[in-house]
Design a protein around this ligand. Structure first.
Ligand code: ZN
Ligand code: ZN
Length: 668
């Protein structure tokens, strides 16, 4: 039975929460990652035994892997996970980050709960919910139990942070008997999720026989949370267009954590649009629009445009400036994608449908993939076929060729070889779990995917929660690209802006290129907060700028396979790089012989923030060009022709540590 560490055994109760922090970035800061206990490799070396990490990632998390396997192998008694729970007053609307009093009824299942069995109440450990506690009525999160059946005593235990355990004493709870949990019963209430999301569960688990092993009940109680008051406005334009075309402008009002703010009365006033851009002046966002709009209008003249706006009504005092759009006769088509993120089905927040709706309607992305973990989070995708159906259903509902590409995917979350997300470019696809002995190495995963229209992406490869095991050369068909940057930071090189935490020297993407791997670059959010495509101020995120003339799954796949893509850490930067006539990501003939001659390098950058430097990186060596705080920058220079085996890419850094990386050009 696969239940995941939903039902983690009691003796390791405190372990999963701290481990979960590794993957996540909201409830726990990167720096809080727990120290791996013991250093198996060091101990092994001292004793002369073989290194247990041999053949694995250089920072393989052996204990995490062992804990997950032990949990999966632990049998549950039939009474574990029995019972139902629901909220009283469940029609209430809750605003993100407010303090509430939530009353939950628990009803014992048909097999009862033995004396010394227990019921567990656990809000999401990630998003600043107040941990339930039973000791201090005037402190946040105070919780109690009421309406207890006669003869039963419920002993509350809050020693495991984030979780309230109700031990059953006195006698067993009989089938159908109920009692109430009141979370936030004290004077301060309990702070709920800081992000707006529908149907967020407050998890309830049951150890029915008192053996210390628990399982989730089938349906944990849920709560709908809406965004807080508006704190920021966003205007998003496409990055390129041609004269005479229609532009799509996305306007959104967000709360302080980037959730959509449900504006009831308010609008934005666009500053005089430049001539040639036929934009409206007033955009209503209140009432039925619920804080967001998508509008279309024509652009007639070539140029580089940005739009500015100020808010009115509830949006008074807010201002916004859009990203730049480059309008030119031969402008390439760029689709913005975020191809990696998580929902409440693993360790994120929000439903799959909310994820795609935010990607399309708030973040103004053109392409998105939801990639929940195969076996990580409160419940495990590999043990819940209905989760996979839910994801497939959402992908099918949102994929709309020509308007928005939604891709099916999941994350192969190996703690031994590093994480890879898997994307399918059709409606079909399976979850090949990294804990299934048939798919536990990268080679086995690629074997399983062989012949399918799928791609895999190693990510946080230089460190973060776990580094990539580069001993497996990326499959040339299934893995032409690598995710160089995400919320975990940049894995490109040690001198990257906003670099990855817990780096493993020698394991950067640049090291992989130096070892001869031919990988293009993209960025992805790896968001867990339900906000794909929009980064939190001051933090890294990731986007993929995909050069595709066609906004379809086929078009996107073709572009990704050809590495016609670049990465940014969240900013909508325009970046064009050519060597002679070869675009980024391509292979050129390497120059041989003494008189190899020169090649013409052309770079064009248009950034939303002033550019501070541009680095030209050639086969491990870099040349830095300082830039005098301009938002537009071009370069034409002769470089000596690339020799066979060489590569060349461009890195842009802007104010505020924004960055973009072109895919390399490779010489055969
Ligand atoms: Zn990951
Ligand atoms: Zn991930």
């Amino acid at each position: 039975m696969k239940i995941g560490h939903s039902s983690i055994i009691l003796k390791s109760l405190s372990l999963p929460l701290s481990l979960l922090c590794w993957t996540l970035l909201g409830g726990c800061e990167a720096g809080e990652a727990p120290e791996p206990r013991g250093e198996p490799s060091a101990q092994a070396e001292a004793g002369g035994a073989p290194d247990p990490r041999a053949g694995l990632s250089p920072d393989a998390k052996l204990e995490t892997e062992a804990m997950l396997r032990e949990d999966m192998a632990t049998p549950r008694s039939p009474s574990d996970g029995g019972g139902r729970a629901w909220r009283l007053a469940s029609d209430q609307t809750h605003v993100a980050g407010t303090r509430e009093r939530l009353e939950i009824v628990f009803e014992t299942g048909p097999l009862g709960i033995a004396e010394n069995g227990a019921i567990f109440l656990q809000p999401s450990p990630f998003w600043e919910w107040d941990p339930p506690q039973a000791r201090f009525p005037d402190a946040p999160g105070f919780s109690e139990v009421t309406e207890i059946p006669e003869g039963v005593e419920i002993e509350l235990d809050d020693r495991n942070p984030g979780m309230l355990i109700a031990w059953v004493r006195g006698r067993a709870l009989e089938a159908g008997e109920t009692f109430h949990f009141v979370y936030g019963a004290g004077s301060q209430g309990a702070k709920i999720d800081r992000y707006a999301e529908e149907q967020t569960p407050i998890y309830v688990a049951v150890d029915g026989d008192g053996d210390g092993v628990r399982a989730f009940i089938e349906h944990s109680p849920r709560i709908d949370i809406v965004g807080g008051p508006p704190r920021q406005l966003r205007l998003t334009l496409p990055t390129t267009a041609r004269p005479g075309e229609t532009l799509r402008l996305t306007v959104a009002a967000l709360d302080r954590h980037r959730s959509l703010s449900p504006v009831s009365e308010g609008r934005v006033i666009l500053a005089d649009p430049p001539p040639g851009l036929l934009a409206p002046r007033v955009v209503e966002l209140g009432g039925v629009f619920g804080g967001r709009r998508t509008l279309e209008f024509k652009v007639e003249e070539p140029g580089i445009y940005r739009l500015e706006a100020v808010g009115e009504g509830e949006l008074e005092g807010l201002t916004a400036i859009s990203n730049p759009v480059v309008v030119a006769e031969q402008a390439p088509r760029i689709a913005w994608g975020d191809l990696h993120g998580h929902s409440l089905l693993s360790d994120g927040t929000g439903t799959p449908r909310q994820y795609f709706a935010y990607a399309r309607d708030v973040a103004a992305l053109d392409v998105a993939a939801l990639t929940d973990h195969d076996h990580w989070g409160m419940k495990a995708l590999d043990g819940q076929p209905k989760f996979w159906s839910q994801i497939r259903e959402a992908v099918g509902a949102f994929n709309q060729p020509g308007r928005f590409v939604a891709l099916l995917g999941y994350e192969w979350t190996s703690w031994l070889h590093g994480h890879r997300h898997v994307l399918y470019f059709s409606d079909q696809g399976e979850v090949y779990s990294s804990l299934d002995p048939r798919y536990e190495t990268p080679a086995q995963l690629w074997d399983a995917l062989g012949g399918q229209t799928a791609l895999t992406f190693a990510h946080h490869s230089a460190g973060g929660p776990v580094a990539t095991n580069w001993l497996y050369p990326p499959d040339p068909v299934l893995e032409p690209l690598t995710e160089i940057v995400s919320v975990h930071g940049s894995s490109e090189a040690p001198d990257s802006p906003l670099p990855i935490y817990d780096p493993v020297p020698g394991n950067y993407v640049r090291d992989a290129l130096n070892a001869g791997y031919r990988l293009g670059f993209l960025g992805s959010g790896d968001s867990h907060d339900g906000h794909p495509g929009i980064r939190e101020a001051g933090r890294s995120a990731g986007l993929a700028a995909i050069f595709t003339p066609e906004l379809t799954r086929e078009g996107v796949l073709e572009a990704l396979r050809a590495r016609r893509v670049y990465a940014t850490n969240g900013a909508r930067i325009y970046l064009s790089v050519e060597l002679d006539d070869a675009p980024m990501g391509s292979f050129v003939e390497g120059a041989r012989g003494e008189e190899a001659g020169d090649q013409q390098l052309r770079v064009e950058i248009v950034a939303p923030e002033p550019i501070v430097r541009v680095d030209l990186i050639r086969s491990g060596a870099s040349v830095t060009i300082p830039v005098e705080h301009r938002t537009r920058w071009t370069l034409e220079r002769e470089i000596s022709a690339l020799r066979p085996g060489e590569y060349h890419y461009v890195r842009v850094t802007t104010e505020g540590e924004g960055a973009a990386w072109s895919s390399p050009i490779f010489a055969r």
